[in-house]
Design a protein around this ligand. Structure first.
Ligand code: HXC
Length: 257
């Protein structure tokens, strides 16, 4: 697929997707989300890829869903086309996805980052959910994921006041896992992704599956899933290799099986 709104590349075992509509501050149009989904599927199916990074540019990760595209839509339009359903596809990706955020991550841009597994932020990153100021509400998972990630107090504050928070507050709140100097963002994101990609892929997928399930399941069901998953790890070559390597004081050679 030829991409017009994103730039796709690889670096070792890491798949890289750069949002590329700089004139519109990477506003997420439907066309861009469809391209993102295709790129994610490509990396999902590529056995050589163990982790994925989604990033933007210095000024914006993404300043939201594309307001120009949404402005004139009617209720009938959004219902009949099931508007935003393409935004759900990221949930089907089993490999870890890191959002490397510099500048604005607003509205749908913030929600898209939240749908990733880890957010690493530049010191310049700014997050907000300004949808209520536009006469809508967050609609790509923001109301659900923000509450789970930050708790009710911060989620209500951000959603109802559309206050913009900086990288430091985002880190203190649990929205992002690390804040780094802006000129180090991609270096740090790539190092993080390469570290993950160097682990056994089925093990990483199981870990992601278990953590994601914790957002959905009651504790007893989550603990049962975790137990089933760790039991299944003992069927892997990489479990034998990982433990043997530890005892032999050498680096493991994982074969993703
Ligand atoms: C379409 C957008 C856009 C967006 C910016 N642009 N955000 N176009 N959709 N979400 C466009 C502007 O119209 C402008 O185009 C160009 O990008 C540069 O933006 P400026 O506003 O001129 O830049 P600046 O003065 O630096 O201000 C930056 C900004 C501001 C503070 C980030 O652009 C802003 O507030 N953007 C909108 C943020 C927002 O409300 N996002 C939520 C969208 S709703 P021109 O052609 O004039 O140069 C949403 C709903 C999600 O995300 C629902 C579920 C997915």
């Amino acid at each position: 697929m030829a991409y017009e709104n994103i730039i796709v590349s690889t670096e070792g075992g890491v798949g890289l997707i750069q949002l590329n509509r700089p004139k519109a501050l990477n506003a997420l149009s439907t066309a861009m989300v469809i391209e993102l989904n295709a790129a994610l599927d490509g990396f999902e199916q590529n056995d050589g890829i163990g982790a994925i990074i989604i990033t933007g540019n210095e000024k914006a990760f993404a300043a939201g869903a594309d307001v120009r595209e949404m402005k004139d839509k009617t209720f009938a339009d959004v219902k009949s086309e099931n508007f935003l359903h393409s935004w759900d596809h990221i949930n089907n990706i089993t490999k870890p996805i890191i959002a490397a955020v510099s500048g604005f991550a607003l509205g749908g841009g913030c929600e898209f980052a939240l749908a990733c597994d880890i957010i690493i932020a530049a010191e310049t990153a700014k997050f907000s959910l300004p949808e209520t100021s536009l006469g809508i509400i967050p609609g790509a998972g923001g109301t659900q994921r923000l509450l789970r990630a930050l708790g009710k107090a911060k989620a209500m504050d951000m959603i109802l006041t559309h206050r913009m928070i900086d990288a430091g507050e985002a880190e203190r709140s649990g929205l992002v896992s690390r804040v780094v100097p802006a000129d180090q963002l991609m270096k740090e994101a790539l190092a993080m992704a390469a570290k993950i990609a160097g682990l056994s892929h089925p093990v990483v997928k199981a870990a992601k599956q278990a953590v994601k399930a914790a957002e959905e399941l009651p504790l007893s069901a989550g603990l049962k899933l975790e137990r089933d998953l760790i039991h299944s790890m003992f069927d892997l070559h990489d479990q034998k290799e990982g433990m043997a390597a530890f005892l032999e004081k050498r680096t493991p050679k994982f074969e993703n099986r």
